[in-house]
Design a protein around this ligand. Structure first.
Ligand SMILES: *[C@@H]1O[C@H](CO)[C@@H](O)[C@H](O)[C@H]1NC(C)=O
Ligand SMILES: *[C@@H]1O[C@H](CO)[C@@H](O)[C@H](O)[C@H]1NC(C)=O
Ligand SMILES: *[C@@H]1O[C@H](CO)[C@@H](O)[C@H](O)[C@H]1NC(C)=O
Ligand SMILES: *[C@@H]1O[C@H](CO)[C@@H](O)[C@H](O)[C@H]1NC(C)=O
Length: 282
């Protein structure tokens, strides 16, 4: 059979499994350029608090991909040193919910969001946004009152107190501004600075199981060099909360995103919910 070269550009994973702080995660991610998204999914899938996933088997995990499907492949035109991993992992580790060549079977991301919403017990699911925010914005435009079923939103992106972050402008800054500025529930932001200097992947690449797709993703992408942990730390926070690892950079205020994707923290004492954590220590 001639393999289809369909590359997973943006995947929305719905992981409905219990853990300490809420009953499930919806992870909105892109498996395209940086490999830390794959690291974040590995963390979510192997966390000891996520037993049910192992019981059910990973094949139950619903996956969404935006349409139209494309064959776009990552090319590192910033540093000319990183490799493309998404197509290689999809081909060599075919199987699970979405075998190679069957990308058209994936959910539409907004439909998958709505399915997760409808199936969530009230207030039981946390959304973890570690990619672009287009689909979250589309969800908000497609339905009112999502807030009773989703406990909260954890977003990787932004600079604090201000900055310009790839996750906010890399796709389309206007839906990002819409999703973040109009979100009415609790949001926790992990800024670009949090994961930048926390390097991971070296033990996984040198000692991890040879049949581990995430280990191979790191090798294809970074050629054995450890990588920053923007997304894995965001998932870690979403699962375990502050723990001993993080502290909030602000107990009040909200994030404001401009139409060019720049953001700034607004120190508004009236807004007590949204916060951004900072990594503690070095
Ligand atoms: C991607 O490339 C494969 C192989 O050439 C082709 O069969 C498939 O239709 C292409 N998909 C898209 C979405 O262009
Ligand atoms: C929220 O969850 C409840 C219980 O599962 C469901 O009946 C309701 O339709 C959901 N709300 C939305 C907006 O999907
Ligand atoms: C979902 O997000 C992707 C980019 O991440 C975008 O290309 C696509 O248009 C979005 N879909 C909707 C319905 O907004
Ligand atoms: C949703 O609507 C707002 C305007 O109300 C718009 O700025 C945003 O781009 C829309 N999102 C999508 C994904 O089309």
């Amino acid at each position: 059979m001639k393999p289809l070269s369909i590359i997973f550009f943006t995947l929305t994973f719905a992981v409905t499994i219990p853990f300490a702080h809420s009953k499930g995660l919806v992870i909105d991610t892109y498996l395209f350029s940086d490999v830390d998204d794959a690291g974040a999914l590995l963390l979510a899938a192997t966390s000891p608090d996520m037993d049910l996933l192992a019981v059910n088997g990973r094949s139950n995990l619903p996956i969404g991909i935006p349409r139209p499907l494309t064959n776009a492949t990552f090319f590192d035109s910033w540093f000319y040193e990183l490799g493309e991993y998404a197509s290689k992992v999809a081909f060599h580790f075919s199987g699970g919910t979405l075998p190679w060549g069957r990308a058209e079977d994936a959910w539409d991301p907004v439909a998958l969001y709505r399915k997760s919403l409808a199936e969530a017990e009230d207030g039981s699911v946390t959304i973890v946004s570690i990619g672009f925010l287009d689909n979250l914005s589309a969800l908000l435009n497609s339905t009112a009152n999502i807030y009773s079923n989703f406990t909260g939103l954890v977003v990787m992106g932004g600079g604090y107190p201000s900055g310009r972050s790839w996750n906010f402008w890399g796709s389309n800054a206007s839906p990002t501004a819409h999703a973040i500025n109009s979100w009415e529930g609790r949001v926790v932001f992990l800024g670009d600075d949090v994961g930048k200097d926390v390097l991971c992947g070296a033990p996984l690449m040198s000692q991890g199981p040879e049949d581990d797709p995430v280990r191979m993703a790191y090798i294809y992408y970074s050629y054995y060099n450890p990588r920053p942990s923007w997304d894995p730390l965001t998932v870690l926070y979403a699962i375990y909360g502050l723990g001993g690892l993080f502290e909030f950079g602000s107990e009040y205020g909200c994030n404001h995103v401009e139409r060019d994707g720049t953001n700034r923290w607004v120190w508004d004492e009236e807004v007590r919910n949204p916060t951004f954590p900072e990594a503690q220590g070095g």
